[in-house]
Design a binder for this molecule. Structure first.
Ligand SMILES: NC(=O)C1=CN([C@@H]2O[C@H](COP(=O)(O)OP(=O)(O)OC[C@H]3O[C@@H](n4cnc5c(N)ncnc54)[C@H](O)[C@@H]3O)[C@@H](O)[C@H]2O)C=CC1
Ligand SMILES: CC(=O)CC(=O)O
Length: 256
């Protein structure tokens, strides 16, 4: 279904981004990966779908490097058709104890990077009159939790950004939407489970259960593949008129 399209997925060396990249590749999309750490395993896994795969190591907190990544996609892939703004980090602390540099990093990576990728990818999408921008927000883009002020602000921000750009592109073939996952068992969440286990002197399995019980009524983690399948749907013709939506996939989290 996505043969001939190129997807750029930021933060796709692990977790949700890798799951989305893989699922889009299985539908035939060529993929540009991005993110920190070893990327070779991710690249090989995605390439096994039989598509062209590239990698750019841009630091998403650095506008200059983001511009270089978009140039790379233009040069080696003829541009970006599906932009998945996924890179993100977390830090948990009360606001008065929140390290200033952590606040700045969270806003830069989780929110401002999407402004840069989007403003740079849109002209090519407009020229082709087709595009998809899919922003990975969070249940925390719709509701808050204590000790996550920067993260919640960044995710509410990206939901607002999604709506504004969806309006600006409403008469074009470009759609802009957000996905709002609940808990997904990735390194970002594993750290919170491990911290809870250490803090409460309980086994990791119990900390895992408590984390789900606190927020996610289904008591099951969302999977990266389920989010990938939603990205595939949002990239399909059936979703041509889905615009400016913040779509929660959260086991019932925000229904409460
Ligand atoms: N895991 C969860 O329960 C949920 C996660 N999310 C969001 O999903 C997105 C992905 O998170 P996960 O897969 O859980 O985390 P993860 O830690 O597994 O993956 C994060 C990815 O972002 C990359 N990254 C981090 N900082 C970067 C930077 N400065 N420049 C470029 N790449 C960078 C990492 O290298 C990695 O590839 C984030 O935006 C997160 O907020 C949203 C809802 C739930
Ligand atoms: C649900 C999420 O987005 C993850 C978190 O809050 O750490």
């Amino acid at each position: 279904m996505l043969k001939g399209k190129t997807a750029l997925v930021t933060g796709s060396t692990s977790g949700i981004g890798l799951g989305i990249a893989l699922t889009l590749a299985k539908q035939g999309a060529n993929v540009v990966l991005n993110g920190f750490g070893a990327f070779e395993a991710a690249r090989d896994e995605v390439a096994a779908a039989g598509v062209k795969v590239g990698y750019h190591g841009a630091d998403m907190s650095k506008p200059g490097e983001i511009a270089e990544m978009i140039e790379y996609a233009k040069k080696d892939f003829d541009g970006v058709d599906i932009l998945v703004n996924n890179a993100g980090i977390q830090h948990v602390a009360n606001v008065e104890d929140f390290p200033v540099e952590k606040w700045d990093a969270i806003i830069a990576i989780n929110l401002t990077s999407a402004f840069h990728t989007t403003r740079l990818a849109l002209p090519g999408m407009k020229a082709r009159n087709w595009g998809r921008v899919i922003n990975v927000a969070s249940a925390h883009g719709l509701v808050a939790s204590a000790q996550k002020s920067a993260y919640v602000a960044s995710k509410h921000g990206i939901v607002g950004f999604t709506k504004a750009v969806a309006l600006e592109t409403a008469t074009t073939g470009i759609t802009v939407n957000a996905i709002c996952p609940g808990w997904v068992l990735t390194p970002l969440v594993q750290k919170q489970i491990d911290d809870r286990a250490a803090r409460e002197s309980i086994p990791v399995e119990q900390a895992n259960r408590e984390l789900l019980q606190e927020k996610q009524p289904s008591l099951q983690f969302v999977t990266p593949q389920q989010l990938g399948e939603l990205a595939v749907f949002l990239s399909s013709p059936a979703a041509d008129q889905i615009r400016g939506v913040a779509w929660n996939v959260d086991g019932g989290w925000v229904a409460q």
